[in-house]
Design a binder for this molecule. Structure first.
Ligand code: PRP
Length: 212
């Protein structure tokens, strides 16, 4: 009997793209999985079990071995800095992490930066030699410079629509974001055959998407 591979899937927008990728790779996730509110979904016919996690928690489940592998954005990986293997760049959910502000921004004496990613932001500004106060928010980050909570923000930009509609500009791109397949270090050894088989299925599909 082969072991079931426990996969931490991020709920929300990455899930849709990840499940489409799995299906293209010949892993036929039943359609009812897309709509269910169930959090643990056994898929024995595929040798898988999905754990539907909040995206920011995926690396935690994988690091502790509650999931063998997981799918997560590079933004979360950089922020969480968990001890996991990064196996594959899935090339989906492409966007970027950027410094954003109002067009008339000028460096002041007291600089405040609001973000959902305090570790990423602190590291970036430290490397730039800029002293800033980082303020952690949990969403709608673009509000902060509009109402004077912060001078700038560090956030994800995908289409740029949120910036345009709020009169903000992208000042500096920090890094590109795509979703990654990650693995628990022990699972990677113990379930290497299954993990490798899944990677082998995914790789040509990823390559084809990248070629366009
Ligand atoms: C994300 C991000 C930006 C927006 C970028 O927010 O924080 O606000 O998407 O996308 P765009 O460039 O296509 O406009 P999300 O929708 O996840 O909600 P949040 O602001 O509550 O975090």
């Amino acid at each position: 009997m082969t072991d079931i591979l426990k996969v931490a899937m991020p709920k929300g927008r990455i899930y849709k793209k990840a499940s489409a990728l799995f299906r293209e790779a010949g892993v036929p996730i039943p359609v009812d999985v897309d709509e269910t509110r169930k959090l643990v979904i056994p898929l024995p016919e595929l040798g898988l079990e999905f754990i539907m996690a909040k995206p920011v928690d995926v690396p935690t489940y994988v690091e502790y071995g509650a999931a063998d592998i997981g799918i997560v954005g590079k933004d979360v990986l950089m922020e969480e800095n968990r001890d996991v293997y990064e196996l594959l760049d899935l090339g989906i959910a492409r966007c970027r992490m950027s410094v954003i502000g109002l067009p008339n921004w000028e460096p002041g004496i007291q600089q405040r930066v609001a973000t959902k990613y305090p570790n990423v932001a602190s590291q970036f500004f430290r490397e730039q030699g800029q002293q800033v106060e980082v303020i952690k928010l949990n969403g709608s980050i673009e509000l902060a410079p509009l109402i004077g909570l912060a001078d700038r923000i560090v956030d994800m930009v995908e289409t740029g629509q949120t910036l345009r509609e709020n009169g903000l500009i992208e000042m500096t791109e920090i890094f590109e974001i795509t979703s990654r397949l990650i693995a628990n270090r022990v699972s990677y050894r113990m379930k290497n055959h299954q993990i490798q088989a899944l990677c082998d299925r995914l790789q040509p599909v990823i390559a084809a998407v990248q070629k366009g």
